[in-house]
Design a protein around this ligand. Structure first.
Ligand SMILES: [Ca+2]
Ligand SMILES: [Ca+2]
Ligand SMILES: [Ca+2]
Length: 156
């Protein structure tokens, strides 16, 4: 399965509980994700590839991905990743309007494009994910304002 979160699942599918440290080394995990989302393998991850990747989460095909759609899909794939999926949703929902759409994907893409040259390179991609994975290590301690109690604590 080709998906950012799907690739994450490959690394943690055997975990009994959410533990982002199982994704270490983070740079290797991020590089694997980059190559999987770069569908045409031209070593350039485009905004369109990112949007296409997320389309599979839009269960009712209304062009928006709600938290419920996103986390339900994660539950379906790998229940052990359910809690982490809420943190990732918050990261992606850049305007905090509780659904993901092309505006969020554009914002996210430009956030990763740290040298503002219009494309997200592998080093730019890796830098963001390593930083995010490291920040999620402290997620249980509620360190940066994100609640870990959105919805149910486990898949139902
Ligand atoms: Ca939808
Ligand atoms: Ca949004
Ligand atoms: Ca760039």
């Amino acid at each position: 399965m080709r998906s950012v979160v799907g690739i994450l699942f490959m690394f943690v599918a055997t975990a009994m509980s959410v533990n982002v440290q199982l994704l270490q080394p983070y740079a290797v995990t991020a590089e694997t994700m980059y190559h999987n989302i770069d569908v045409n393998h031209d070593s350039i991850f485009t905004l369109q590839e990112f949007i296409d990747d997320f389309r599979q989460y839009d269960i009712d095909h209304d062009g928006k991905i709600t938290r419920h759609e996103y986390t339900s899909f994660v539950c379906f794939l790998t229940p052990t990743m359910y809690q982490l999926s809420h943190y990732l949703f918050d990261e992606f929902d850049s305007d905090s309007n509780h659904h993901l759409d092309t505006g969020d994907f554009g914002n996210f893409y430009h956030l990763l494009d740290s040298d503002h040259n219009g494309t997200v390179s592998l080093p730019e991609w890796t830098a963001w994910w390593v930083k995010t994975f490291q920040s999620l290590e402290g997620a249980d301690h509620h360190v940066h304002g994100h609640s870990n109690t959105h919805g149910n604590s486990m898949c139902t």
